[in-house]
Design a protein around this ligand. Sequence first.
Ligand SMILES: C[S@@+](CC[C@H](N)C(=O)[O-])C[C@H]1O[C@@H](n2cnc3c(N)ncnc32)[C@H](O)[C@@H]1O
Length: 234
Amino acid sequence: MRRSGEMPLGCLACRLAPSAKHSDVVIASQATSYSYPMKRFAPSAERNQQPIGDVFSRYLRNCTSVLEIASGTGQHAVHLAASLPHLTWQPSDVDFDNVDSIKAYVAEADLPNLRAPIELDVTGEWPRIACDAVVCINMVHISPWHASEGLLRGASQCLPVGAPLLLYGPYIIDGDYQAQSNVEFHQWLRRRNPAWGVRELRDVEREAKKWGFTLADVQAMPANNHTVVFRRTT
Ligand SMILES: C[S@@+](CC[C@H](N)C(=O)[O-])C[C@H]1O[C@@H](n2cnc3c(N)ncnc32)[C@H](O)[C@@H]1O
């Protein structure tokens, strides 16, 4: 696992993001409580957690246990576990500092259905986890393409046929960036790391097919983001 200080993955990028729309500022030990100093805070997570919860709840209605990939600060895990109490929520991240932050949020929230985070790098071996849904918010564009490949491979190995894989973030759809701000965000990501960038949904769909997933739905979300719903069909 990595410390964000060692390898500037998503959350470091978030700190530096230029546009208010996409900015995902993560400030360690700021705007957090004295009891839980490891908590990080992302204003974007605060803004988008409600719309994400509203849309995700439709697809997670018949599920029992969710593996969240790239949980970041842990804010989404707490919000989603609290608003979907029928689900057991398993957060995870590759980054040490994020895992510490998630641990602090989990301890503070003290929810019966929210598990302690696990270390999970989507590009490596996935631990054996029983789950009937996988969700991944804002990782696909802030990681190299092989992370998306790893996500789809790993999700196919742990999900049963019929189970949903929910992705959230900005996407290019059939060549359309959906908004000028997404073009600028893509350019900014590329400057930060040439392997990052807003992905073409059809590329993700093509890769997903290799791993037995079918694109089931695409929902427009605030700030030109999308929820992308795959189902494991084979
Ligand atoms: C922009 S942050 C998003 C965090 C959170 N989901 C949110 O929306 O606030 C990107 C996240 O992807 C994670 N990440 C990047 N590469 C990863 C990998 N190979 N495996 C697992 N997580 C990864 C980072 O550690 C970070 O938490």
